[in-house]
Design a protein around this ligand. Structure first.
Ligand code: KIV
Length: 275
Protein backbone atom coordinates (compact mmCIF):
# COMPACT_ATOMS: atom_id res chain seq x y z
CA UNK A 1 0.00 0.00 0.00
CA UNK A 2 1.25 3.49 -0.87
CA UNK A 3 2.70 5.39 2.06
CA UNK A 4 1.11 8.84 2.09
CA UNK A 5 0.98 11.84 4.41
CA UNK A 6 -2.01 10.12 6.06
CA UNK A 7 0.08 6.97 6.66
CA UNK A 8 2.80 9.06 8.30
CA UNK A 9 0.22 10.76 10.55
CA UNK A 10 -1.35 7.42 11.51
CA UNK A 11 2.08 5.96 12.30
CA UNK A 12 2.78 8.84 14.70
CA UNK A 13 -0.62 8.38 16.35
CA UNK A 14 -0.01 4.63 16.78
CA UNK A 15 3.54 5.18 18.08
CA UNK A 16 5.05 3.34 15.07
CA UNK A 17 8.46 4.62 13.94
CA UNK A 18 8.78 5.98 10.39
CA UNK A 19 11.81 4.96 8.29
CA UNK A 20 13.17 7.27 5.60
CA UNK A 21 16.34 7.25 3.50
CA UNK A 22 17.59 9.52 0.80
CA UNK A 23 17.79 8.19 -2.76
CA UNK A 24 18.67 9.65 -6.14
CA UNK A 25 18.38 6.81 -8.70
CA UNK A 26 16.01 4.12 -9.97
CA UNK A 27 18.04 1.00 -9.06
CA UNK A 28 18.68 2.04 -5.45
CA UNK A 29 15.09 3.26 -5.03
CA UNK A 30 13.85 -0.21 -6.03
CA UNK A 31 16.01 -1.78 -3.32
CA UNK A 32 14.79 0.71 -0.69
CA UNK A 33 11.19 0.06 -1.71
CA UNK A 34 11.71 -3.72 -1.54
CA UNK A 35 13.24 -3.30 1.93
CA UNK A 36 10.02 -1.63 3.12
CA UNK A 37 11.36 1.88 3.75
CA UNK A 38 8.34 4.17 4.35
CA UNK A 39 9.62 7.29 2.62
CA UNK A 40 12.39 8.35 0.26
CA UNK A 41 13.78 11.86 0.21
CA UNK A 42 15.39 12.92 -3.05
CA UNK A 43 17.54 15.30 -1.05
CA UNK A 44 19.55 18.21 -2.36
CA UNK A 45 22.37 16.33 -0.60
CA UNK A 46 22.72 14.93 -4.13
CA UNK A 47 24.95 17.96 -4.62
CA UNK A 48 27.46 16.37 -2.24
CA UNK A 49 27.07 12.64 -2.81
CA UNK A 50 26.15 12.52 -6.53
CA UNK A 51 27.71 15.66 -8.00
CA UNK A 52 30.77 16.00 -5.74
CA UNK A 53 30.01 19.61 -4.79
CA UNK A 54 31.23 21.04 -1.45
CA UNK A 55 27.67 22.02 -0.40
CA UNK A 56 24.06 22.01 -1.65
CA UNK A 57 23.93 25.63 -2.86
CA UNK A 58 24.51 25.02 -6.59
CA UNK A 59 21.89 22.28 -6.97
CA UNK A 60 19.26 23.27 -9.57
CA UNK A 61 15.58 22.55 -10.17
CA UNK A 62 16.64 20.55 -13.24
CA UNK A 63 18.91 18.36 -11.06
CA UNK A 64 16.05 17.70 -8.61
CA UNK A 65 13.60 16.86 -11.41
CA UNK A 66 16.00 14.51 -13.22
CA UNK A 67 17.02 12.55 -10.11
CA UNK A 68 13.53 12.81 -8.58
CA UNK A 69 11.66 11.25 -11.48
CA UNK A 70 14.11 8.35 -11.75
CA UNK A 71 13.37 7.55 -8.09
CA UNK A 72 9.61 8.03 -8.49
CA UNK A 73 9.54 5.48 -11.33
CA UNK A 74 10.75 2.81 -8.87
CA UNK A 75 8.32 3.59 -6.05
CA UNK A 76 4.93 1.92 -5.86
CA UNK A 77 4.60 1.94 -2.07
CA UNK A 78 7.27 4.32 -0.85
CA UNK A 79 6.37 8.00 -0.46
CA UNK A 80 8.69 10.17 -2.56
CA UNK A 81 9.58 13.61 -1.18
CA UNK A 82 11.69 15.90 -3.39
CA UNK A 83 13.78 18.71 -1.90
CA UNK A 84 13.30 22.27 -3.13
CA UNK A 85 16.83 23.49 -3.96
CA UNK A 86 18.42 26.72 -2.72
CA UNK A 87 16.72 29.86 -4.13
CA UNK A 88 13.81 27.93 -5.67
CA UNK A 89 11.37 29.12 -2.92
CA UNK A 90 13.00 31.93 -0.89
CA UNK A 91 12.25 34.80 -3.29
CA UNK A 92 8.45 34.79 -3.12
CA UNK A 93 5.34 32.71 -2.50
CA UNK A 94 4.70 32.69 -6.27
CA UNK A 95 8.19 31.33 -6.98
CA UNK A 96 7.73 28.64 -4.33
CA UNK A 97 4.35 27.53 -5.67
CA UNK A 98 5.63 27.47 -9.26
CA UNK A 99 8.69 25.35 -8.40
CA UNK A 100 6.85 23.01 -6.02
CA UNK A 101 4.37 22.44 -8.84
CA UNK A 102 7.23 21.51 -11.20
CA UNK A 103 8.58 18.97 -8.68
CA UNK A 104 5.11 17.38 -8.48
CA UNK A 105 4.36 17.48 -12.25
CA UNK A 106 7.79 16.85 -13.76
CA UNK A 107 9.54 15.10 -10.85
CA UNK A 108 6.47 13.01 -9.93
CA UNK A 109 6.95 13.81 -6.21
CA UNK A 110 4.32 12.89 -3.63
CA UNK A 111 5.48 15.82 -1.49
CA UNK A 112 8.17 18.50 -1.40
CA UNK A 113 10.57 19.56 1.37
CA UNK A 114 11.98 23.01 2.07
CA UNK A 115 14.27 24.43 4.73
CA UNK A 116 13.42 27.14 7.25
CA UNK A 117 11.14 28.13 10.12
CA UNK A 118 8.62 30.96 10.48
CA UNK A 119 10.08 32.75 7.42
CA UNK A 120 8.81 30.06 5.01
CA UNK A 121 5.33 29.67 6.55
CA UNK A 122 3.64 31.83 3.86
CA UNK A 123 5.13 29.53 1.18
CA UNK A 124 3.92 26.42 3.05
CA UNK A 125 0.39 27.86 3.48
CA UNK A 126 0.16 28.61 -0.24
CA UNK A 127 1.47 25.21 -1.34
CA UNK A 128 -0.71 23.18 1.02
CA UNK A 129 -3.78 25.23 0.08
CA UNK A 130 -3.48 23.92 -3.50
CA UNK A 131 -2.84 20.31 -2.48
CA UNK A 132 0.96 20.10 -2.41
CA UNK A 133 2.08 18.29 0.78
CA UNK A 134 5.10 19.96 2.40
CA UNK A 135 7.72 18.57 4.73
CA UNK A 136 9.56 21.25 6.71
CA UNK A 137 13.23 21.13 7.81
CA UNK A 138 14.73 22.99 10.79
CA UNK A 139 17.83 22.78 12.98
CA UNK A 140 20.94 22.53 10.82
CA UNK A 141 19.63 23.55 7.41
CA UNK A 142 22.49 22.96 4.93
CA UNK A 143 21.31 25.67 2.51
CA UNK A 144 22.24 28.20 5.28
CA UNK A 145 25.72 26.76 5.82
CA UNK A 146 27.35 30.14 5.19
CA UNK A 147 25.14 31.85 7.78
CA UNK A 148 25.80 29.08 10.35
CA UNK A 149 29.55 29.11 9.68
CA UNK A 150 29.73 25.32 9.37
CA UNK A 151 27.85 22.12 10.17
CA UNK A 152 27.05 22.87 13.81
CA UNK A 153 24.52 21.36 16.22
CA UNK A 154 21.60 23.81 16.57
CA UNK A 155 19.44 24.81 19.55
CA UNK A 156 22.02 24.34 22.29
CA UNK A 157 21.20 27.53 24.22
CA UNK A 158 17.84 28.52 25.69
CA UNK A 159 17.11 31.24 23.15
CA UNK A 160 17.83 29.07 20.07
CA UNK A 161 16.05 26.06 21.63
CA UNK A 162 12.89 28.15 22.24
CA UNK A 163 13.18 29.52 18.68
CA UNK A 164 13.27 25.99 17.26
CA UNK A 165 10.20 24.94 19.31
CA UNK A 166 8.38 28.07 18.13
CA UNK A 167 9.38 27.46 14.50
CA UNK A 168 8.17 23.84 14.66
CA UNK A 169 4.77 24.90 16.01
CA UNK A 170 4.42 27.60 13.35
CA UNK A 171 5.35 25.14 10.58
CA UNK A 172 2.68 22.72 11.82
CA UNK A 173 0.15 25.55 11.90
CA UNK A 174 1.10 26.58 8.35
CA UNK A 175 0.17 23.08 7.17
CA UNK A 176 3.43 21.08 7.02
CA UNK A 177 2.72 17.34 7.28
CA UNK A 178 6.08 16.56 8.95
CA UNK A 179 9.18 18.35 10.21
CA UNK A 180 12.76 17.18 9.68
CA UNK A 181 14.99 17.95 12.68
CA UNK A 182 18.68 17.96 11.74
CA UNK A 183 21.53 18.12 14.25
CA UNK A 184 19.37 19.03 17.23
CA UNK A 185 20.16 17.81 20.77
CA UNK A 186 18.19 14.60 21.48
CA UNK A 187 16.29 15.98 24.49
CA UNK A 188 15.22 19.11 22.59
CA UNK A 189 14.06 16.97 19.62
CA UNK A 190 11.97 14.87 22.05
CA UNK A 191 10.29 17.99 23.45
CA UNK A 192 9.50 19.24 19.92
CA UNK A 193 8.17 15.78 18.97
CA UNK A 194 5.82 15.72 21.99
CA UNK A 195 4.56 19.26 21.31
CA UNK A 196 3.71 18.53 17.65
CA UNK A 197 0.65 16.71 16.31
CA UNK A 198 2.55 15.99 13.06
CA UNK A 199 5.55 13.59 12.87
CA UNK A 200 9.16 14.65 13.33
CA UNK A 201 11.85 12.94 11.23
CA UNK A 202 15.26 13.13 12.86
CA UNK A 203 18.78 13.12 11.44
CA UNK A 204 21.27 13.61 14.23
CA UNK A 205 18.33 14.36 16.55
CA UNK A 206 18.24 11.29 18.79
CA UNK A 207 15.75 8.49 19.32
CA UNK A 208 12.80 10.59 20.51
CA UNK A 209 11.73 11.60 16.99
CA UNK A 210 8.80 9.89 15.27
CA UNK A 211 11.03 8.74 12.42
CA UNK A 212 14.61 8.73 11.19
CA UNK A 213 16.37 9.58 7.95
CA UNK A 214 19.95 9.06 6.77
CA UNK A 215 21.77 9.72 3.51
CA UNK A 216 21.98 6.24 2.00
CA UNK A 217 25.61 6.53 0.86
CA UNK A 218 26.56 7.38 4.47
CA UNK A 219 24.77 4.39 6.04
CA UNK A 220 26.14 1.97 3.40
CA UNK A 221 29.73 3.21 3.74
CA UNK A 222 29.80 4.49 0.15
CA UNK A 223 30.77 8.11 0.83
CA UNK A 224 34.14 8.73 2.39
CA UNK A 225 34.74 12.51 2.07
CA UNK A 226 33.44 13.03 5.65
CA UNK A 227 31.17 11.18 8.09
CA UNK A 228 29.00 13.12 10.55
CA UNK A 229 28.88 11.81 14.17
CA UNK A 230 25.22 10.77 13.83
CA UNK A 231 25.86 8.36 10.93
CA UNK A 232 25.77 4.66 11.74
CA UNK A 233 27.31 2.51 9.01
CA UNK A 234 24.99 -0.46 8.43
CA UNK A 235 27.35 -1.89 5.74
CA UNK A 236 30.77 -1.30 4.19
CA UNK A 237 29.74 -1.46 0.56
CA UNK A 238 32.44 1.00 -0.49
CA UNK A 239 35.11 -1.56 0.44
CA UNK A 240 33.20 -4.37 -1.34
CA UNK A 241 32.82 -2.24 -4.48
CA UNK A 242 36.49 -1.33 -4.50
CA UNK A 243 37.45 -5.02 -4.21
CA UNK A 244 35.14 -5.89 -7.12
CA UNK A 245 36.52 -3.06 -9.30
CA UNK A 246 40.06 -4.28 -8.54
CA UNK A 247 39.19 -7.91 -9.41
CA UNK A 248 37.66 -6.74 -12.72
CA UNK A 249 40.71 -4.62 -13.51
CA UNK A 250 43.01 -7.61 -12.87
CA UNK A 251 40.93 -10.02 -14.98
CA UNK A 252 40.72 -7.59 -17.93
CA UNK A 253 44.46 -7.05 -17.82
CA UNK A 254 45.23 -10.80 -17.51
CA UNK A 255 42.73 -11.62 -20.29
CA UNK A 256 40.67 -13.99 -18.10
CA UNK A 257 37.56 -11.84 -18.58
CA UNK A 258 35.49 -12.26 -20.70
CA UNK A 259 35.59 -16.08 -20.77
CA UNK A 260 33.40 -18.38 -22.91
CA UNK A 261 30.50 -18.19 -20.43
CA UNK A 262 30.28 -14.43 -20.95
CA UNK A 263 30.72 -14.39 -24.78
CA UNK A 264 28.43 -15.10 -27.74
CA UNK A 265 29.02 -18.03 -30.14
CA UNK A 266 28.60 -18.19 -33.94
CA UNK A 267 28.57 -21.26 -36.27
CA UNK A 268 32.04 -22.13 -37.59
CA UNK A 269 30.78 -22.43 -41.21
CA UNK A 270 29.63 -18.78 -41.05
CA UNK A 271 33.07 -17.80 -39.81
CA UNK A 272 34.77 -19.79 -42.66
CA UNK A 273 32.90 -17.67 -45.21
CA UNK A 274 34.29 -14.49 -43.72
CA UNK A 275 37.93 -15.26 -44.58
O1 KIV B 1 19.19 16.75 1.44
C1 KIV B 1 19.10 15.88 2.31
O2 KIV B 1 19.56 14.75 2.16
C2 KIV B 1 18.40 16.22 3.54
C3 KIV B 1 18.49 15.25 4.66
C4 KIV B 1 19.82 15.35 5.26
C5 KIV B 1 17.39 15.43 5.64
O3 KIV B 1 17.80 17.26 3.63
Amino acid sequence: MKNTVATFQQMKEKGEKISMLTCYDYSTAKLEEEAGINGILVGDSLGNVMLGLPDTLSVTMEDMITYGRSVARACTNTMVVIDMPFMSYQESVEQAVHNAGRLMKEGRANAVKLEGGAAVCPQIKAMTSIGIPVMAHIGLTPQSINAFGGNKVQGKNEERAKELIDDALKLEQAGAFAVTLECVPAKLASIITKKLRIPTIGIGAGDGCDGQILVYQDMLGLFSDYTPKFVKKFASLGEQMKAAFKAYDEEVKKGTFPDEAHSFAIDDDVIQKLY
